[in-house]
Design a protein around this ligand. Sequence first.
Ligand code: CAA
Length: 258
Amino acid sequence: GHQYANILTETKGRVAIITLNRPDALNALNSPLMKDLNDALRVYDADEGIGAIVVTGGEKAFAAGADIKEMQPLTFVDNYKKNFIGDWTGVTTIRKPILAAVNGFALGGGCELAMMCDIIYAGDRAVFGQPEIKLGVIPGAGGTQRLTKAIGKSKTMEQVLTGKFMNAEEAEKAGLVARVFPAASLLEEVLKVAKTIASYSLPSVLMAKEAVNKSFEVPLSEGLHFERRLFHSLFATEDQKEGMDAFQNKRKPQWKHQ
Ligand code: CAA
């Protein structure tokens, strides 16, 4: 496959694995890394052989945030002209499910990147936080918005205003992460989930993700309307006939569209 300087990529069946790979900087998310990540995500999103994508980091850090060395000299005008961090949202334009497998630190932009993914799984020693306040700034890649939607106002305010860290157990209890696994088996467990998702009919998987994400953008009545239209439209696929026929005949469905 394609070689990137700041990430590793591999595929296992219909699952793609992207590993953030700047271990010396605890996977600090500099611009070249974010470009590599966005490029790889776009390639897998377009790849007919891929049905789900796992994004992971190292044992010590998923990612310790945006790169502080890169940011320190930046000025307002630099940031404004380049729309600094704006391109990170490329992650949220990916249509296939992205699962974050977080071991170690997911801080600042690292936590924000995890929150741009569709499901977060954590190793039992993972640490989440938005410590930007300690650097004289605030979260800039969605921390104040996505964390509030994930864990509510009071817990988010505490994270963002104090910079304190949350461990994996707290993060699961708060609803930020779906499940916690022993650190050593995290990736294996997440790959099982990704394999399951990638085994389903792709149109229904894409629409499921699209519908859940819609709930963050529109009022309930609009979201329900959108959901029902998508639900209706899936009856135009062969896979709806196949899935329901397979259920009735107690056999495994053979999906046409993956
Ligand atoms: N940017 C650049 N380099 C980083 C980094 C970051 N965010 N986080 C860690 N590193 C580097 C360190 O500078 C160090 O490099 P050197 O060996 O060259 O000094 C190396 O990674 C190892 O880090 P530490 O020696 O600090 O490791 P530790 O185990 O003592 O501490 C840590 C680990 C608590 C995660 C600590 O590294 C830390 O606090 N990192 C910064 C966390 C942070 O503030 N993140 C938010 C960044 S701002 C942001 O993300 C903005 C946004 O919203 C988009």
